[in-house]
Design a protein around this ligand. Structure first.
Ligand code: DGL
Length: 270
């Protein structure tokens, strides 16, 4: 009865952590495509091919439902996957919608026309591929009107986090926030639109200032998954094991994951 969680690397562990806290009895198979991270600097075809291959591996591990805990894959590949590739007995869900529903104060599945919402100036921090896809703005436009979104591609940040270089990551957060504030001096809300970025949430909050509400996805995705599984208990798949799979070097990936989650994590070769 396993579900799959996919990311290009280690960032999806922020989602994994909240999912296992919310659903402690739910077996989860985590797949990190560290050999090919970062995805955020790749083109859409490349991201699509790599994501499909990774999701297939999760299906082989007995997961009928896979969460793309990766905004880049959700932005650049998910729609194409859903249109033509995913078999009828499988589901692949992205991480954008729960976040946008929270930002626009909507309940799950509220398909009413877009309306005015409280926040008017939103800063989006995401990978270059997510920013250039404009998927966030598209999903937001289905639900809200009159929201000004300024997007900052945070080049280098995922590499620094995958390498465990926290000092570089902090410096990059400060410079990306400064760059954004030159274009939008007073955002009311900030979206951490990459699952790696919650690892730097404190640095983002400090650079943005205490009056900016920072939205990060992990807890929102876990809540929305729990709700989905209540409504679709048949999507829990046949797998019964908790597993961590990587296309990278299992030893160094395990060390970094153990540091991030502050408990022993053992990855095995995918
Ligand atoms: N953590 C991913 C995301 O949410 C991917 C980052 C990357 O591989 O560039 O976008």
């Amino acid at each position: 009865m396993a579900i799959g969680i996919f990311d290009s690397g280690l960032g999806g562990l922020t989602v994994y952590d909240k999912v296992t806290a919310r659903l402690p009895d739910q077996p989860v198979v985590y797949f990190g495509d560290s050999a090919h991270a970062p995805y955020g600097v790749r083109d859409a075809d490349d991201i699509y091919d790599l994501t499909c291959k990774s999701v297939e591996r999760l299906w082989d591990a007995g997961c009928d439902l896979v969460i793309l805990a990766c905004n880049t894959a959700s932005a650049a590949a998910l729609r194409r996957m859903q249109e033509a590739w995913i078999p009828s007995d499988k589901r692949v869900l992205g991480v954008f919608v729960p976040l946008i529903e929270a930002l626009t104060e909507r309940q799950w599945g509220d398909n009413s026309p877009p309306r005015e919402v409280a926040v008017k100036h939103v800063a989006l921090f995401a990978t270059p591929a997510t920013v250039s896809s404009r998927a966030f703005q598209r999903e937001l436009a289905f639900r809200a009107i009159g929201v000004d979104v300024e997007a900052q591609p945070c080049g280098g940040l995922v590499d620094a986090l995958e390498d465990g270089d926290e000092m570089l990551a902090e410096a990059l957060v400060r410079s990306h926030v400064e760059a954004l504030k030159r274009r939008m001096p007073n955002p009311e809300a900030a979206i951490l639109g990459c699952t790696h970025y919650p690892l730097m949430e404190t640095a983002f909050q400090m650079a943005l200032g205490a009056d900016v509400k920072v939205y990060s996805q992990a807890a929102l995705v876990a809540e929305s998954l729990s709700d989905y599984l209540d409504r679709h208990p048949d999507m829990c798949g046949s797998g019964t094991e908790n597993l961590f799979l990587t296309t990278g070097d299992p030893v160094s990936v395990s060390d970094k994951a153990t540091q991030i989650l502050r408990r022993k994590i053992e990855f095995q070769a995918a």
